[in-house]
Write a protein of this length. Sequence first.
Length: 652
Amino acid sequence: MKPVGVWLLAAALLLGGTSTQADLRLVLHDAGLSNSERQASQALLDEAHSALPPRVIEQLDRRVEVSWSSDLPANAYGRAIRADALLLNAKLLPALADGSAASKKTNRPHGTLRRELLATVLHELTHLYDRARLWPAAEKTLLQRCRQQASSLGKVGLPDNCRGQTQRLYTLSDAPRLLDLAGWAQYVGRRGEREQSNRQVARSPDSYELSNPREFVAVNMEYFLLDPAYACRRPALYRYFRAHFGWAPSTAQPCAPAYAYLNAGRDFARQPLGKLDPERVYAVDYLLAEANDQWASRWGHSMLRLIICAPSRPRGPDCRLDLDQHLVLSYRAFVGDVQLSSWDGLTGAYPSRLFVLPLSQVIEEYTKVELRGLASVPLKLSRQELEALVEHAAEQHWSYDGNYYFVSNNCAVETLKLLRSGSARAELNSLDSILPNGLLDMLEGRGLADRSVLNDPKEALRLGYRFDSFRDRYQAMFVVLKEHLPIPQERVDDWLALTASERRPWFAQADLRTSAALLLLEQAAQRRQLLLAQDELKRRYLSGREQRDGSVDKAGGTLEKILASSGFLSRPAELLEGGYGLPQSAEWQHLEQESSSRQQQLRQLSDDLNQEVRALLEPTRLAELEAGEANLKQLGEHLRALHKASGGLVLP
């Protein structure tokens, strides 16, 4: 039996040795190198090898020769020239050999020269791994055909006829989930085709990552392997790499539980910087603003509502009552001037950004000002999907700066892409809609939205699943007028369309109840005039077609400053220099100071504009606003007199 045991032992040793030899070997081509150059070079390669995930070492079963070359461009640190050869720039070797590279600063993301060299080796080895995943021959041949087809079409990812294959068919940079997280989202309405540009341009560690998915993977592997903060700065990508390799660096640091965000509300007196804790988010609703007759709003507006619990409340259904805590995620066209052009909206001239707004402001602007109802429909997400969606929204808030198209990349399209990338729900991949109301229909059809909460209108209003347009309230008040006054108009819209002077003669005939109804409608009429005045400013301001006096120029200059200064609320990355991804605790103090300073400036400018803006209006519009103010004052005095005559307390 002994000879057999010896044979088995020998076989085991042979197999073990073969397995070890099959792993990646980084072999230094050291001809012509001094001892110090050889030692420093070998130490660099050893450190790179030890930083790699075990899976990369196992699957790159080859000898890779590393050489120092004088033929590389001056700005190139290194390059993989074949599947088994890597060149490093010989101009950098002296600093590596004498040790100065460890402290020599560069203008590159990793800081020191040696750190950049280490990142370069890891970057190029990642390319080799990405190109050399080990598939069975038939699958590998299919993958090559798919890649050739995609290349001939000039497209990112795999073409449609290659979809539906197993995950093993993809290389790392072709994987659909990674492309979603990286910023090459699926086009909506094109059945899986990927967008050709990456618009996650803000807070990038290295803009080279945006050139294509292969470079994105290689750049992010540098940070995944070398930066302990990567798990906190790009948490979704960190989890993806960790799952893919079944491994993560032991140096990853713990992360803060909440994400920084900027509240884009119009209350300039409050600190805009806030913290969003996914643990406090009870649910996410699809928030639909109903359509109106405006060109850009005729199909509604898509948003997401975060149901956030008050700090003292346990997470549960009662959190829906904490309306002052709720936030709205709204993709909107950021208009850098007040000229809202339909043509620019069609050609993508406006940036598309993710605004974070207080729910109370969204309710007011839609229900009271635009007279549009809001439907808040719960989405059926698991706890993990919900928290991943909130996390991805925070990442988009800091990184995304897209192009807004009224038709092809509007609020519905952006919201759907956020839902896809954030939640990773498979049902969303085949869902295509460019219309906000159509998207809600499809979400319901896929079983992802619970529209039954709207079945009972009164209960929906009571529980906050619906916020009615004030148009119905105004109509009810108008019915009160019709019951007590012989006014000829039949609809509230006709009454509100009258001039202030045409409505005024009816005030003296109104009793206490009718006067209260008149006051509410007069407030609505004044709101309508303000909306028309705003639209007028959009059409006239900076048009260059009219002569403007000094007061108009002053008001216009103030408005221009407000527009220039408010961009940070939708693109908060403007507040920080350096760093990437989600801001960390070390950046919080600077964020707090800078956002507070900008907000104080906006508050002062807003106060100035309130005094100056009338100079921008047409005389007829200004006269109508002033007449409306006079009506409100007269009705207030009339109401107080009637109330006092009735024996009640004097109204304030």
